[in-house]
Design a protein around this ligand. Structure first.
Ligand code: NAP
Length: 300
């Protein structure tokens, strides 16, 4: 017999929401998370939209709720999923669990550029959390790379602290929400650096400059700065999922409208799945949809 009705892998907002909805619908539910609960939302000091407060507060409240509702929280790293009779076996660094259904909500992580200096200067000027590290760059210059919602949103956070934010984008226009583009244009201390890519991060003990190349002319120049933040998109965290749970070309899990993957009984919610909307409201909706579908699949 399965240990659990549902195992939710990942305790970001989608996973916590799915675990809450699953346990509330009467399913024996476990939540497995390798790192801290909360996922990427904990990097946000002030949530926008209808949800007020910090990302950490929002995630902590959900975590408390699921614990009180009786979800078993396991601090383990999932290494594989496989079919086990009518159920699914979840193998972790601590052993094996079985469930009648699994919801993969393991999210996505920020991509790295992979340029020289990026790993070397991690925590020495290279960061991917503007809210956490922004105050350290008060009155300094920083470089942000990217032209999507994340880069613009984080550049705006940094602009509150920094003397100047160089927003290096490989294109000639941003691919972000219009309100973010408008806000960037209003900040005199944010300087877009168009048609350019970061090639190397240079320094001694700490970051001192970033080498950028203009992709039209191929000319390079160094921008003096103390901080470097790359926001060039996300990559899904689902190496443990078997090939049966099909992926799209970028590696995101493919689901049907009920968020079931190609592997029956295995659902995917949030940033790990193809077609995820990207906003907090989408994370919550995904968690609820996956839990409802899992309940229905188990005869709810
Ligand atoms: P994204 O939308 O994929 O944008 C990535 C940006 O990085 C693009 O401008 C892309 O350039 C650039 N880029 C990608 N690879 C690069 C490379 N190797 N070198 C240089 N530049 C590179 O990623 P995101 O901004 O992290 O957003 C991810 C999702 O979260 C989206 O769905 C987004 O809407 C959502 N999000 C929403 C909010 C919000 O609603 N407030 C905030 C943050 C994120 P190109 O434009 O040339 O492709």
């Amino acid at each position: 017999m399965a240990n659990f009705d549902v195992i939710v892998i990942g305790a970001g907002i989608s996973g916590l929401t799915a675990a809450k909805a699953a346990v509330q619908s009467g399913l024996r539910t476990a939540s497995i998370e390798a790192l801290m609960f909360g996922g990427l939302v904990v990097n946000i000091n002030e949530l926008d939209g209808e949800t007020a407060g910090s990302g950490t507060d929002f995630a902590s409240n959900l975590m408390m709720e699921i614990s009180e509702l009786g979800v078993e929280n396991l601090s383990e790293t999932v290494s594989s999923l496989s079919r086990n009779g009518n159920g699914i076996k979840v193998t972790t660094d601590a052993g094996e669990h079985t469930a009648r259904a699994v919801i993969i909500a393991s999210g996505a992580k920020l991509k790295r550029l992979g340029i020289p200096g990026e790993a070397e200067f991690e925590y020495k000027g290279v960061s991917q959390c503007a809210d956490c590290d922004g105050p350290m760059y008060k009155d300094e210059e920083v470089v942000v790379v990217g032209g999507g919602d994340s880069a613009l949103q984080e550049a705006l956070v940094l602009a509150e602290f920094c003397k100047r934010v160089h927003l290096v984008h490989r294109g000639a226009k941003f691919r972000a929400q219009q309100h973010l583009i408008d806000a960037i244009a209003k900040h005199e201390n944010i300087r877009p650096v168009w048609n350019s890519v970061a090639e190397a991060i240079l320094g001694d003990a700490m970051v001192q400059k970033v080498r950028v190349r203009d992709v039209s002319s191929n000319a390079t120049r160094d921008i003096d700065c103390a901080g470097f933040f790359a926001y060039i998109g996300l990559q899904p965290t689902c190496d443990f999922a078997p090939a049966d749970a099909a992926r799209d070309a970028a590696g995101y899990l493919v689901t049907d409208a009920q968020l079931q993957t190609k592997m029956p009984g295995v659902f995917a919610a949030g940033a790990v799945r193809a077609g995820y909307g990207g906003m907090l409201t989408h994370a919550i909706a995904d968690g609820q949809t996956a839990a409802k579908a899992a309940k229905a699949a188990l005869g709810g």
